[in-house]
Design a protein around this ligand. Structure first.
Ligand code: AMP
Length: 302
């Protein structure tokens, strides 16, 4: 069975200390599906855009074998839009605007052939919509979920309902603190694990990621990068690489989850090298694997 991805698809205005882009391709599903497409096929998305969404972006996704049957294009409606500005410390960003537009009335409809999907990524999107999607699936076996402060602030009760139904939650450190009301990440992780997910991944921007399992923690390094142009979508690229790798080899031991975390980190590192989705558009599996080996050497010692 394929890998089903649900989340936002949109147009972003991004400002970093180095450059600025407007109307760039963005959205959680977009980054996740591109990153996952290098591992597993087929990848299908469920989402919504307005008819202002450029065809060239749809073509690019199709060229990466991303199935668009579950994408609704609403006539006369505006696509989701997001704007943010990064500080010199690129781990810190201010969200400037979030225009839900076509997402406000979105009713996700899973195509019949995807209803049997056992592997699902619930990308960053309203938790109510994440629940709606899970309700349509026959027997989802491995559900990976992402969210962000926007939804923790606005829809925490619904998010907590989602968490009871997911296997892995992927969030960043500030979101983990916000969700648990606990400043210490280890304590926060315990509290969040009690909300449902068997595994929790806390991303720490350019400082790597922590994978929490039952009584076990794995600390993955971050790739030391000289050229970070745009951190947008790094978390989504991580989720796509992590889940794509597991979907490809269907092995769920903690050891394999560790490898998946490193593949997730590899995809995040490619993502941030260029603006918008450009860093994920022209990769080869060999490049991805070579960077995985570099990651391994980076933190191996006796
Ligand atoms: P990340 O940098 O991994 O947090 O992902 C950034 C992407 O998420 C951007 O391309 C945005 O279009 C999208 N995004 C930002 N805010 C939201 C939101 N509230 N709901 C859904 N998607 C969002």
């Amino acid at each position: 069975m394929g890998l089903l991805i649900v989340g936002s698809i949109g147009l972003d205005d991004i400002e970093t200390p180095f450059d600025k882009v407007t109307n760039a391709l963005g959205g959680s599903t977009t980054y996740i599906s591109l990153a996952a497409s290098y591992f597993s096929g087929p990848v299908s998305i469920v989402g919504v855009v307005g008819d202002d969404f450029p065809d060239e972006h749809l073509k690019m996704l199709e060229d990466h074998n991303v199935g668009l049957e579950g994408l609704q294009i609403v006539k006369g409606a505006q696509t989701f839009r997001y704007g943010c500005k990064y500080h010199y410390d690129l781990n810190v960003r201010d969200s400037l605007f979030t225009e839900l537009n076509v997402f406000e009335k979105f009713n996700p409809i899973i195509p019949d052939k995807e209803k049997k999907s056992s592997f699902v990524i619930l990308g960053n999107i309203a938790p109510q919509l994440q629940i709606n999607v899970l309700d349509q699936l026959e027997n989802p076996k491995f559900v990976v979920c992402d969210t962000m402060n926007f939804w923790i602030d606005r829809s925490k009760a619904d998010l907590i309902k989602v968490l009871k139904r997911v296997n892995v939650l992927i969030i960043n450190d500030s979101e983990a603190r916000l969700l648990s009301n606990e400043p210490n990440l280890i304590k926060a992780a315990k509290m969040i694990s009690e909300m449902g997910p068997k595994y929790l991944i806390i991303k720490k921007g350019e400082h790597g990621a922590l994978l929490f399992g039952e009584n076990t923690i794995f600390s993955a390094p971050a790739y030391p990068m000289e050229n970070i142009f745009d951190p947008t979508g790094a978390g989504d690229a991580f989720a796509g690489g992590f889940t794509g790798y597991l979907h490809k080899n269907m092995e769920f031991s903690f050891e394999n989850l560790k490898r998946a975390v490193v593949y997730g980190s590899v995809m995040a590192s490619f993502c941030v090298e260029k603006f918008s989705t450009k860093g994920l558009e022209n990769l080869s599996f060999l490049e991805i694997h070579n960077r995985y080996i570099e990651f391994r050497e980076l933190s191996s010692f006796n």
